[in-house]
Design a protein around this ligand. Sequence first.
Ligand SMILES: Nc1ncnc2c1ncn2[C@@H]1O[C@H](COP(=O)(O)OP(=O)(O)OP(=O)(O)O)[C@@H](O)[C@H]1O
Ligand SMILES: [Mg+2]
Length: 434
Amino acid sequence: MLTTRYLSEARFVASRIVTALQDCKRNPAFREFVITEHAEHVILFAVLDELRLGEPVNLYLTDEVLHQISTLTHGKRVAISNHNGARYAVLLTTPPSLPKSAAFPDKLERDVFPLGIGRRGALHQPAGRLLNILVGGASRSGKSNFELGLAYTALQNGYSLYLADPQEITFSSAWNNLCAAPVASSKADFLKLLEAVQQEMTRRGDLFKNVTRLGGLPVQKIEEYNQVVPQPLPRAFLIVDEANTYMDQRGVPEAIADIARQALKYGIHLVMAAHSWRAQDVPRALSASFATRVSFRVNDDTSASVVLDSNDWGKKAMRLALPGRGILRLDGGSPQIFQSFHLPEERLAGLLASGKLVYTSPLSDDERRLVLRALADTSGRMTQDDLVSWGLAPRQARRLAETWEIKGWLVQDPNRKNARYVTPALRQIVESAV
Ligand SMILES: Nc1ncnc2c1ncn2[C@@H]1O[C@H](COP(=O)(O)OP(=O)(O)OP(=O)(O)O)[C@@H](O)[C@H]1O
Ligand SMILES: [Mg+2]
């Protein structure tokens, strides 16, 4: 148990709470001291005996008292709770500190976005759970670096990019040939960019109408579509830097709202970064689709409170100091402090200089090896027995054969039960992979 390691610390803190109350001319009457463990933290609760205080309990819950407890315990974090009896809560564990900077990982896992380092380790979020992303932070706080990390990861996964930056600093025209549409800078360009995204939504919607899921059900989202087609649709990211610049333009808030609401099902994610956000910029109805929230250092708490959807955390964002140090909220979870990965300019420069889209095959390396093996050893035949002899478990072999047949990657031999063959479509995917 973690708590036993903290017993002597707990005794020390309990005695300092008593002294702190005496210093503040209060009566140190306690009902009990309780030490508990919660989410890797050890907390000491000092429960006041309200009947024996002889004065209003409010006098015990002032900033002055809390401050004195914190001072006497060498800066430990102290909170009060007045539900179910007044008590002080003192955090005995010191949360592990964060690195001052963290290099962007060299190796990326497929469809996973490396965001940074949190107190419990690296923070990597699968694309499907990022949903839309809202980023806030004062000047030079680390917004652009964060957006560049997203854009870089998107490209490495073969996703499409739509970029806007009024200043052409984060995203300059050097990005043009990596993007699905030219980088937008002026307000007029931005409207065109939004139109391009809306057209892509329509195109994807039409593609969805042409296929059905198993059992004839309509396809409603990208994950379902990609399960049944030979060539999956890549996800796409629309990243808007300095988004405030565009929001006052006629038609923009409506188009953004439409995209935020509709585009995720087509695998199109919206990332909006700005130095200040007001509550009306993120209407309640849209709030849920912005599942990923990041605030870097801010100069006033309004914007960070909107971004993080929490006044307390909004205030904390004012105390962040280092560039790239931020508060992150993932998927409706609680906010946490983190250090975002730093993407060195050389890596980006290399990508921009190469000027070509990174092609990623819809196959994993293991899957690709299986296809190459079938082409080399069995003239393209892939029975379940073949797959098992190549190392797959029987259940894996059956699933792979069935799903690949639906995608049109394998075709059944009408004369032999369970004998499937690699189709030209699959052969082409394997041969065009880099
Ligand atoms: N995660 C990070 N780790 C280390 N340094 C960082 C990190 N993020 C940003 N920086 C550094 O901080 C500086 C400002 O970063 P950045 O340009 O991303 O800020 P910004 O919020 O976009 O600023 P602005 O509002 O001026 O556009 C840069 O020198 C950058 O290299
Ligand atoms: Mg910037």
